[in-house]
Ligand binder design. Structure first.
Ligand SMILES: [Zn+2]
Length: 244
């Protein structure tokens, strides 16, 4: 049985799940709160909007309320820290996350074809003009496969846990998993997250060797070995587009 850190995937959204703000479709989540006294709009850090309907309110009125306040939202959106764009293709000039920092894919030394620079890494590519995605992924995956297993064994030794095998994989919707038999699987994309986030996922999976569930007990174990796990969880949530 596998226990995974699975991010909620957004469903394909019909139009009502968007709000038009200065011509831009902003994702909208509508919730009902019996204790709310009035309609509430809140901009989330990921740039989506939460609309709260009070006890006696209606969805239609909530929508009108949101539409009356789009200018306020537009101003709030401007204040949000820049989100990394997830380009369909990774071309020269695109910004990608590497060890938690946004780095630009740049043409190699003297702009020569056949090489790309990315956050201090030098990546060989057949040609630098097209989509660099496969080559950059291959390179980052290789880095992850070299760095993650020793890190897992280091933590396992420190916490006296027996790990049989570590694999670094290309999971689509999970950051890691742990099997009862002691195999830890990690997503290569953790090389894109800050090191403290990568460490949190490793510790999270390791603690499943003690608790094969997400019970309060499990989270106690996680808190004990990884006191900043909440910040790591927040980072992953804010940057959940990394997994798509
Ligand atoms: Zn878990």
């Amino acid at each position: 049985m596998l226990f995974d850190f699975i991010l909620k995937k957004s469903k394909p959204d019909p139009d009502e799940n968007f709000l038009l703000v200065r011509g831009r479709r902003v994702p909208l989540a509508v919730t009902r709160n019996r204790r709310a006294r009035r309609y509430l709009l809140r901009l989330r850090p990921d740039g989506s909007v939460r609309l709260t309907i009070p006890r006696l309110g209606s969805a239609a009125e909530a929508r009108r309320f949101a539409e009356r306040n789009t200018e306020w939202l537009a101003r709030q959106l401007e204040k949000l820290p820049a989100q990394p764009v997830k380009p369909e293709q990774w071309l020269i000039g695109a910004e990608i996350f590497f060890r938690g920092e946004l780095v630009k894919l740049e043409a190699g030394m003297n702009g020569q074809a056949g090489a790309v620079r990315c956050g201090g890494e030098f990546i060989a590519v057949p040609e630098a003009n097209g989509d660099l995605h496969p080559w950059v992924v291959k390179h980052l995956w290789k880095l992850a496969a070299a760095e993650f297993p020793p890190r897992v064994f280091e933590f396992a030794a420190a916490h006296r846990l027996a790990v049989r095998r570590v694999t670094v994989r290309n999971q689509r919707s999970r950051w890691g998993s742990c099997s009862r038999r002691g195999t830890i699987s990690l997503n290569w994309r953790l090389i894109q997250t800050p090191p403290f986030v990568r460490d949190y996922i490793i510790l999270h999976e390791l603690m499943h060797l003690r608790q094969m569930n997400h019970s309060a007990r499990f989270w106690q174990e996680v808190s004990r070995v990884c006191p900043d796990h909440e910040a790591a969880g927040r980072w992953l949530k804010q940057n959940s587009s990394l997994l798509k």
